[in-house]
Write a protein that binds this ligand. Structure first.
Ligand SMILES: Cc1cc2nc3c(=O)[nH]c(=O)nc-3n(C[C@H](O)[C@H](O)[C@H](O)COP(=O)(O)O)c2cc1C
Length: 191
């Protein structure tokens, strides 16, 4: 699957066509785009404008392998959801919290920053998986972080090598069967 085929064009297409993707093409994500993602994250809303987040871009092959070793993929569809050999993410943005600035209540900032990156990436046909199941101390060692910078979560990125379907809300209270990422939608229908 080529990224261009699924490349959305406007925000009204970007939001409904975005899905978590865990299988990627062996194709690099350009540095310029990665920098744009970090810029999108940096400009996301921040509670009290404290700006406690920092970002590390990882796109070098050996370092990517190191990051991958500390990630866990959706347990509820494992092992089918794990990236297959040759379909690993091409790059990562590691989201850090500066605990000198905030020790708690930074999670909303992280959510806003992650979502900005996810949508900005998908605008360019680059899919992603937001990963919270991370071996955080080990990843901090790999990245050589000082004690005041804590790993919060990771955004895995790459051109998609799988499709993920979206179900209509009707009769859609279960999902994720058979190792696929079907979305169980629990929106109460308004009439
Ligand atoms: C805060 C947060 C943490 C997540 N952590 C993980 C994770 O550790 N591993 C993983 O494979 N997916 C993770 N995901 C992705 C979810 O599994 C995914 O968003 C969900 O299945 C809905 O699918 P969709 O994004 O395609 O709509 C996370 C999502 C969020 C919002």
């Amino acid at each position: 699957m080529k990224g261009e085929e699924t490349m959305p064009k406007s925000i009204s297409e970007i939001i409904p066509t975005r899905r978590t993707i865990r299988q990627f093409e062996r194709r690099p994500v350009g540095r310029k785009l990665l920098e744009r993602l970090v810029e999108a994250a940096r400009l996301a809303p921040s509670a009290a404008n404290l700006q406690p987040l920092e970002f590390v871009v990882v796109d070098e092959e050996q370092m990517c392998r190191g990051v991958l070793a500390h990630l866990k993929w959706a347990a509820y569809i494992a092992p089918a959801g794990n990236p297959k050999p040759g379909q690993e993410p091409a790059a990562y943005v590691v989201v850090l919290v500066n605990t000198d600035i905030r020790e708690k209540m930074f999670e909303y900032d992280v959510g806003a920053a992650q979502m900005s990156m996810i949508l900005a990436a998908w605008e360019e046909g680059v899919a992603s998986c937001w990963i919270m199941s991370v071996e955080k101390p080990e990843l901090a060692v790999l990245l050589g972080l000082p004690p005041n910078l804590k790993v919060d979560s990771v955004l895995a990125l790459g051109y998609p090598a799988e499709r993920s379907v979206t179900e209509d809300y009707k009769d859609s209270l279960s999902g994720s069967e058979g190792g696929r990422g079907e979305r169980p939608t629990r929106v109460f229908p308004r009439t």
